[in-house]
Every structure is written in C-alpha cells, then in structure tokens.
Design a protein around this ligand. Sequence first.
Ligand code: DX5
Ligand code: ZN
Length: 215
Amino acid sequence: MPIISPSVLSCDFANVQRDVEMINASEADWFHIDIMDGVFVPNISFGFPVLKAIAKHANKPLDCHLMIENVDPYITEFANAGADILTVHYEACTHLHRTIQAIKAAGMQAGVALNPHTSVNVLEEILPDLDLVLIMSVNPGFGGQKFIDSAVEKVAKLAALKAKLNPSLVIEVDGGVNLDTGDKLVNAGANALVAGSFVFKSEKPTQTISDLKKL
Ligand code: DX5
Ligand code: ZN
C-alpha cells in the first residue's frame, strides 16, 4: 500500500479548512505542500501564512516540496511552521549535503526532488543520508500536467540504488499521478504517490484517495 500525499495546490483556497478536513478524514497519509518562488519555477504558489493555516487544521504529516532557490535561510522557519518532511530540489542546491544536514538538525525528515532531466545517479553519494527522494514526473510549477512516461523507468533505477544503499528510503513520485500511472509507478518500486488534480477534480475525492491507497 503506497503512502498517499494529496497535493493541496489543487484544493479550493477559498475553502482551505474544508479541504484539509476532507484529507484528515480520508485514507491519505500526508499533506503534500508545494512552495514555489517564481524563480526556480515559472509560478508562485504560497508561503508561510498559508502553510501555517494548513498546519493549524491538518492532523497528518506535512510533506513540503520546496520549488525555490536559496533554501538555507528558511529551513528553521519551515520547521517552526509545521513542516515534517522538507524536500529540496537537487537542481537548486549547490551545497546539497550541507542543506540536508541542516534540515535534519531542525528536526525534519529530509528529501531531495529530481527534475525530469536529472539522473538518479547524481544522488548515489547522498542517498544514505536521505529519508525520501521525490521523482518529478512533470516539469515542476503547475498542477494538472501530463505524466512523463520515462519516470517509471527512473523509479526502477532508483529502487535498485535504494536496495543497495538505503533500504528504508521513501521513493515518492509527483505529477500526473492517477490510477493508471500510479499502478505502473508502484510496480516499479514507488512507495509514495502525490496526487493533486486527480484527487481534487474528482467527483468523490475521499473515494479517489481510497482507490489510490489500494494500488
Ligand atoms: C507540480 C507540483 C505537484 C502538483 C501535482 O509542480 O509539484 O505537486 O501539485 O499536481 P497533479 O497531480 O495535478 O499533476
Ligand atoms: Zn509537489
């Protein structure tokens, strides 16, 4: 059974509390929180006030995906705002090892996200230090994009590295996840799935989460 992390980016921001409570009452495991700065990705989502508002109502771990440059000055503030897992982009962190240690020192689990063009092999040295790797199956920045098929093979490659270097690693996939792509990803070795539009645009979001959970 994969971990299911619904992406709040696709919720109704005029009704954040209602949508957070829907996830609380569902079979979802985490809240996926997408933070975008308009520099690393061509979109701006939201920052600390919205994160804190979500944290106030959420009763499951906050899985925060930072699509931002210049992460280091904000790590403590993310911990204080309620982040449980902090995932940074490989492409945005020059001193990734230092950033990962700082995330752990702040009491959070540490994750690294890879854009579609970035090989999993670049993580070989850092993998034993990580709690999670987030494979992007779309170019980050927007919900509702088409799944990039090569992500499935990439998950399989990462699963082989995981077996060798860090068996407890969480392999999470983000972008274009539905029952069809989710099934392929789980078979390839993914154990956490992010889903935004597939959950929030469905007629019955709670049921859709249960369906994903059964993959
Ligand atoms: C994209 C974000 C995703 C997004 C996924 O940059 O990282 O988490 O919300 O949305 P869907 O599931 O609609 O592709
Ligand atoms: Zn995300």
